[in-house]
Design a protein around this ligand. Structure first.
Ligand SMILES: [Zn+2]
Length: 117
């Protein structure tokens, strides 16, 4: 399950940001952008994030996943569309395609609470 290694990467990144925010900062929610080509199962990702965050400063934070559709462009006729199934050729002219989006894995926002008065 590759979600576990992704979740560990996200937790490390959240901890790094929290370190910069001060000793008492803790994460409330973490928003992630994941391209559909990453084939991440949101439920599995949430489960792995929760597990990976245990005992870290990211523990208890809510993971919000935004899935980014796979956009491609035909290299022959320049047509652009969103892939619903994984077919890497142009239905109009049979040309090869370039992937425009769908490979993202971005930590978008971290909502942070700081207990310090
Ligand atoms: Zn085409």
């Amino acid at each position: 399950m590759h979600e576990m290694s992704l979740a560990c990467t996200v937790v490390e990144e959240v901890e790094r940001v929290l370190d910069e925010c001060g000793p008492k900062a803790r994460a409330i929610s973490v928003r992630l952008e994941v391209g559909r080509l990453r084939a991440v199962v949101p439920e599995a990702m949430e489960f792995c994030f929760e597990a990976a965050a245990l005992g870290t400063r990211a523990e208890g934070a809510r993971l919000i996943i935004d899935q980014i559709p796979i956009r491609v462009r035909c290299e022959t006729c320049d047509d652009e569309w969103t892939l619903e199934s994984v077919e890497f050729f142009c239905p109009a002219c049979d040309g090869g395609v370039s992937v425009l989006s769908g490979k993202e894995l971005l930590l978008r926002t971290i909502e942070i609470e700081d207990d310090e008065e």
